[in-house]
Design a protein around this ligand. Structure first.
Ligand SMILES: Cc1cc2nc3c(=O)[nH]c(=O)nc-3n(C[C@H](O)[C@H](O)[C@H](O)COP(=O)(O)OP(=O)(O)OC[C@H]3O[C@@H](n4cnc5c(N)ncnc54)[C@H](O)[C@@H]3O)c2cc1C
Length: 326
């Protein structure tokens, strides 16, 4: 692709800003990031209150978030926040160690079984489901993988693996099929309780895309990263370090693809681009009070695109902040 290709990126959240960074690193500097809000970061939102930043969206990362590491390197920052801790309590409020058989005498058989299944699951992902974690997840439904490795080098990889079709099963069925039902007790914490959906509904591919084995084990071992000034700080820094800063308060009224070009009507004026990358929601059911729209409402979407986007399922997830007396 010509290095002067004019690329429009919709959305100044982690995905849009990272797209700008990776383009810039490859020598494509003619990109424009359009952000509808008056701030960057998207769902990484760390508002300031009484001089301190609080998290109203993303909170933490793990060492296997290689793309975030790339951003840190690009900006010369690091995960300098407090170490997170976690404990589990039973219904009576006593602290328990759910994953430590020796400290949970009554549950020893179940916990030992769970530990065994966890080991088996790790092995299955590496062998039977080789290719399950390839970025992009292209071809999974046809039993192949084709994309970039999750390792820091992100080498391109491709191959055949008919077992990958199982990733289309709901995660609970996938676990049952492989005799590892108990591992759901571990995955449910950073998955369902974080608002990503229910294991009897969500395809296994979607679960392991985010919670690949490495990432899950980082959660289990509480090997977590945080940022002193909040997760939004990472993206503010990236925006500052990019050659082309995101254009805030960009209201996109229309996008038309015509004769190999893309025409974007933004804040009343038409802009011409060669390519477009969309990192904003593809479809939003109903009307949102903040005015955010799905891509299918302002784009010249084709029927097949509209049908595909309409399959996206949404869980309502509210974040509340309350002040308490010390
Ligand atoms: C409560 C909560 C907790 C989370 N915790 C974590 C965590 O601890 N660790 C973690 O790694 N992840 C966490 N996440 C997920 C993480 O925040 C998201 O994966 C990440 O923000 C997704 O980035 P994105 O760029 O794809 O989308 P977004 O962050 O949604 O960014 C999209 C951007 O596009 C903009 N936009 C939308 N429509 C338009 C339009 N029409 N025109 C122009 N711009 C538009 C939006 O304003 C936004 O800035 C959490 C999310 C939530 C909500």
């Amino acid at each position: 692709m010509d290095k002067n290709t004019r690329i429009c990126i919709i959305g100044g959240g982690p995905a849009g800003l990272s797209a700008g960074m990776y383009l810039e690193k490859k020598g494509y500097e003619n990109y424009t990031i359009l952000e509808r809000n008056d701030r960057v970061g998207g769902k990484c939102w760390s508002p300031t209150y009484n001089g301190r930043r609080y998290e109203m969206g993303a909170i933490m990362g793990v060492p296997s978030y290689y793309a975030v590491h790339d951003v840190e390197e690009f900006c010369g920052i690091t995960h300098d926040g407090p170490k997170l801790n976690r404990n589990y309590k039973n219904a009576q409020g006593q602290v328990i160690e759910p994953f430590e058989p020796k400290k949970n005498i009554l549950k020893i058989p179940r916990l030992l079984k769970m530990k065994k299944q966890l080991k088996l699951f790790g092995e299955l992902l590496e062998t039977k489901y080789k290719g399950y974690d390839i970025n992009g997840h292209r071809g999974v439904a046809e039993g192949r993988y084709d994309g970039f490795a999750v390792t820091p080098g992100r080498e391109p990889v491709k191959g055949e693996n008919p077992n990958l079709k199982d990733l289309a099963l709901p995660f609970s069925e996938f676990c049952k099929k492989n005799g590892v039902e108990l591992i759901q007790d571990i995955w449910i914490g950073p998955y369902t309780s974080f608002g990503y959906g229910y294991f009897d509904e969500i395809p296994a591919g979607y679960v392991v895309k985010y919670l690949d084995f490495q990432t899950t084990m980082n959660f289990v071992k509480i090997n977590l990263w945080t940022w002193q000034n909040g997760t939004q700080f990472i993206w503010e820094q990236l925006n500052d370090h990019l050659k082309n800063h995101a254009r805030l308060n960009s209201s996109i009224e229309k996008v038309e693809r015509k004769d190999g070009k893309v025409y974007v009507t933004v804040n009343g004026a038409v802009e011409e681009y060669d390519k477009i990358i969309v990192t904003a929601p593809l479809h939003i059911p109903g009307t949102r009070t903040d005015g955010q729209k799905g891509m299918d409402e302002y784009f010249d979407v084709r029927d097949d695109e509209r049908e595909l986007f309409s399959k996206i399922d949404y869980e309502r997830y509210d974040v509340l902040a309350v002040e308490t007396k010390p």
